[in-house]
Design a protein around this ligand. Structure first.
Ligand SMILES: C[S@@+](CC[C@H](N)C(=O)[O-])C[C@H]1O[C@@H](n2cnc3c(N)ncnc32)[C@H](O)[C@@H]1O
Length: 432
């Protein structure tokens, strides 16, 4: 397929997503199944147009003066991919798969200079209007830039498993992909986001991945995992372990010594963890599944650290899941806040006196972050907020990009500040 056919396909998929309110991955998969002639390059290019269109849905619609699937797709090509509208029209001439050519009016809109100057601020930031107060309170005058950075394409990040390899060796194995060391995370590797129709390399097909020498993990997630400061020999409960991204990173930091307990209230979420543990060569992880008898009673009062990678809105990952950005509602945020309160109080009994409670989210909303831990400490005066700064300086020194911090203790990573996904990290010590 050439670009005109790919553009038509992207318009079809975007219309399907809008009409049936379905996740983008499902809509793309269905399109692929019903168009088996399309090659992997076509699918990647169509996916890129669809994801880019959704990332900047509001600003594209403002510029194009229409929210239609057609307008979003064309705006993506002109604003993000640098296509010239007249040249696009000319390329449609002999292509039977091309969409209808752009009208003079459409071209006028798409090429208007400074088209976002008169746009409402949340449109400039490409975030839902209801989320504006949260962004403003978190990021002050930087909030539009922070929103806009969450609307860019993300890189592909990997964490080297030091139990099995070194960063140098994995970099060598992935040389042809253009992989480079990450800027902040100690053992991270990054393949920068491509432009236009470029394909992300399938690193999971590499021998180094199959042999457990690296895992896919965003650099922000790697950084918060390092900040947990898991030490060899400790006992640590990962209470919201899910598929085990943080579990694996902690296991590596613990050098396979001590005991890690991985639990999640949703059995299905734990499903990938066994394979991942095995591939990583970890021997010190016990997976505990939900059970009608409490599966964690033996851990009460015994944990050096309890890690809460809490259920959250995922607003820090909007670059990767732009459709979730538009599906999120204030009601869903309120639901997550309730779950976070519950999981925080659930964690308390397992933390030994002198031990640490780590609270992490992949959200940039202060309600889910500082709001939760300060409310928790009001209720639990035997927990004291520590500064993540010291560990940060030990690990990364002073010359790396710095995260946001409203209290100089907890930290918020963002695409605009640390060039990572958005993450919140805080650590509290149990004093009594
Ligand atoms: C952000 S995800 C965890 C991601 C995972 N730690 C990783 O790094 O791949 C949050 C997880 O918390 C789980 N969860 C929600 N409420 C919980 C609860 N009360 N107790 C334990 N797990 C819970 C969810 O099922 C979900 O898998």
């Amino acid at each position: 397929m050439r670009l005109p056919g790919r553009l038509s396909a992207a318009i079809e998929v975007l219309a399907d997503i809008e009409k049936r309110k379905r996740p983008v991955a499902d809509a793309l998969k269905d399109w692929g199944l019903s168009h088996r002639f399309a090659g992997s390059g076509d699918r990647a290019a169509i996916g890129n147009i669809v994801y880019d269109a959704l990332r900047k849905k509001l600003s594209h619609a403002h510029v194009a003066r229409s929210e239609s699937a057609r307008s979003l797709a064309f705006a993506t090509l002109v604003r993000d991919w640098g296509e010239n509208p007249e040249a696009l029209n000319a390329s449609f001439g002999d292509d039977k798969f091309a969409p209808e050519a752009l009208s003079a009016k459409e071209i006028e809109h798409l090429t208007r200079a400074n088209a976002l100057v008169d746009a409402p601020e949340h449109v400039q930031a490409d975030i839902p209007e209801w989320a504006q107060p949260s962004f403003e309170s978190n990021f002050a005058e930087e909030w539009i830039a922070e929103g806009a950075a969450l609307a860019e394409r993300p890189p592909l990040d990997m964490r080297v498993n030091t139990l099995k390899s070194t960063r140098e060796k994995v970099l060598k194995a992935l040389k042809k992909t253009g992989a480079q060391p990450t800027n902040i995370a100690t053992n991270g590797i990054r393949i920068e986001a491509g432009k236009r129709d470029s394909r992300t390399p399938n690193v999971q097909a590499e021998e180094a991945f199959q042999k457990g020498r690296f895992e896919i993990q965003d650099e922000g997630s790697q950084i918060v995992s390092e900040l947990i400061f898991a030490r060899p020999g400790e006992k640590i409960l990962d209470l919201c372990a899910g598929a085990g991204g943080k579990t694996l990173a902690m296991g590596d930091m613990m050098e396979n010594k001590g005991q890690l307990f991985a639990y999640d209230s949703e059995k299905n979420r734990l499903a990938p963890i066994w394979d991942r543990i095995k591939r990583a060569g970890l021997h010190n992880v016990q997976v505990r599944q939900p059970h009608h008898d409490d599966p964690l009673t033996d851990l009460i009062g015994a944990m050096d650290r309890v890690v809460l990678d809490a259920p959250c809105t995922g607003s820090g990952t909007w670059r990767r899941r732009p459709d979730a950005k538009w599906r999120l509602t204030k009601q869903l945020l309120d639901q997550r806040l309730q779950e976070q309160e519950e999981v925080l109080s659930q964690a308390v009994p397992y933390v030994k006196v002198g031990g640490f409670l780590v609270y992490i989210t992949c959200s940039v909303f202060p309600e889910e972050n500082e709001g939760q831990i300060y409310a928790f400490m009001d209720e639990n005066p035997n927990f004291e907020l520590l500064s993540a700064g010291e560990v940060w300086q030990d690990l990364y020194g002073f010359d790396k990009p710095m995260p946001w911090s409203s209290d100089l203790k907890s930290v918020t990573l963002t695409p605009a500040s640390t060039n990572t996904d958005g993450f919140f990290f805080s650590v509290m010590q149990r004093t009594g």
